[in-house]
Design a protein around this ligand. Structure first.
Ligand code: AMP
Ligand code: GLY
Length: 426
């Protein structure tokens, strides 16, 4: 099969690495890819949102399968674009339809979906410009902290947790009257704060059947011991120690099954990954968000634990044969540690030369590129998150130490990483 993978971060390098091991993959292309993906496929310089050019490329290169990494093209309807066009309708697309991608694209849609299917989540109400005054009253009467969520995609910045009413009222006003998160963010979900430990579960569904993939925990804060501002993710671990078979059974019964049944009942076309962000409150899981794709850097720890041929699983997904697949998961612990540019998640420079990438090889450690680009024989930084080093180990401490050691061999101006990924489990 010829495959086009869409995206260019650490998630896509990990997928490219895994796809390259598949007996079914003949040619792999990555759009736009990064300096790492070019080790496993051919990078093509097409933006992830340029559906017409992607479709032409697929036709010219006899692509059989399109795998979509990031959320934006999914929420904008890349699945429908391919399926509604007779020339490209035969191409297997891994990812949900535009309608189903609303699970990530609209917080209000996701909350109403959970309500309809009795999926445990924080109590909430939604408001927009027409119900602004009611929203003000709702906030005034709400217990603290209050969680405000902009409805549309906001690149991970649309959730604000407020510890006092004045701040919540100000943020609410900024969102609705001053479009802080754009037009889509003028609808706001206000919800109850859930106090507990977070975990992400990943499911692959063909719309009818599903398989549960390894769970993961990511570390969103920039600073050691979870301090400072949020980032896209500074590292991740899998498995997550408190998620035992018993707890996974509860998650499956209360969350995964009603989610997949809900998609089916509402005829939402979904052949792809579902990323469910949970908070564990006194042993009970509550959904805090759905994403319609794999996570980054969660992919860097979950994909290496899957022993199956990935393209066999994805073909089964596209053909609604996931019931034929037995997922085999490596039991070892996997940790990824992300090296970022100085200043990230705020303003940061790019174009710095990265050294030490190929000097050291450690068994059980893989260097994935996130924001990198190739220029001649040099690899340069090309984003906030630059390199994710994944290691296998017998414990979280051992795997994390191995990734840290590897990162000490790598260097670029301003490089920073958290040495404490998985700290609460060490
Ligand atoms: P999201 O953008 O939906 O991933 O939310 C970002 C982060 O906000 C989550 O990872 C949680 O840490 C936090 N969060 C979201 N909703 C809640 C909630 N209801 N209670 C507590 N924390 C929350
Ligand atoms: N690491 C969080 C995400 O991919 O959304």
């Amino acid at each position: 099969m010829n495959i086009l993978l869409v995206g260019g971060g650490g998630r896509e390098h990990t997928l490219a690495w895994k796809i390259s091991k598949s007996s079914l993959c003949e040619k792999l292309f990555v759009a736009p890819g990064n300096a790492g993906t070019s080790q496993f496929g051919v990078n093509v310089d097409i933006s992830v949102n340029n559906f017409a050019v992607l479709a032409n490329f697929c036709l010219e290169n006899a692509i059989d399968m399109l795998i979509v990494g990031p959320e934006e093209p999914l929420v904008k309807g890349i699945y429908n674009f391919f399926k509604d066009n007779t020339a490209t309708a035969h191409i297997q697309v891994i990812g949900p339809s535009k309608e189903a991608a609303q699970l990530e694209g609209s917080k209000a849609f996701a909350k109403a979906f959970m309500d309809r299917h009795k999926i445990p989540t924080a109590a909430y109400k939604e408001f927009d410009a027409a119900t602004y005054e009611e929203g003000i009253q709702y906030i005034r009467n709400h217990t603290l902290p209050i969680v405000l969520k902009a409805d549309g995609l906001a690149a991970g910045k649309g959730v604000i947790i407020c510890n006092n009413h004045i701040e919540a009222l100000a943020e609410f006003q900024l969102m609705i009257q001053h479009s802080k998160f754009g037009e889509a963010g003028k609808r706001v979900v206000i919800e109850q704060f859930l106090d507990g430990i977070e975990v992400s579960v990943f499911v692959l569904t063909d719309g009818k059947n599903y398989v549960v993939l390894p769970e993961a925990k990511d570390y969103k804060k920039i600073g050691k011991w979870d301090t400072g501002p949020n980032t896209g993710g500074m590292g991740a671990v899998s498995p997550v120690p408190f998620v035992d078979a018993e707890y996974m059974k509860i998650i499956t019964q209360k969350i995964i099954e009603p989610t997949i049944e809900g998609l089916q009942k509402e005829a939402l076309d979904y052949k792809g990954f579902v990323f469910i962000g949970l908070i564990n409150v006194d042993g009970e899981p509550f959904v805090i968000e759905y994403n319609c794709r794999l996570g980054d850097p969660e992919t860097e720890v979950i994909i290496p634990r899957i022993e199956n041929d990935l393209i066999k699983i994805l073909s089964a997904t596209a053909e609604q044969r996931l019931n034929e697949i037995d997922i085999v998961i490596n039991k070892q612990t996997v940790v990824t540690v992300m090296a970022v540019s100085g200043g990230y998640p705020n303003e940061h420079e790019t174009g710095k030369i990265i050294t030490g990438l190929s000097d050291t090889k450690i068994e059980g450690t893989i260097v994935f590129h996130a924001g990198t680009r190739q220029e001649g024989d040099k690899v340069l930084t090309n984003g906030g998150r630059v390199i994710a080093v994944t290691s296998f180990g017998n414990s979280i401490a051992e795997a994390a130490e191995q990734s840290n050691y590897m990162l000490e061999q790598i260097d670029f101006e301003g490089m920073y990483f958290r040495e404490d990924i998985g700290y609460e489990f060490r």
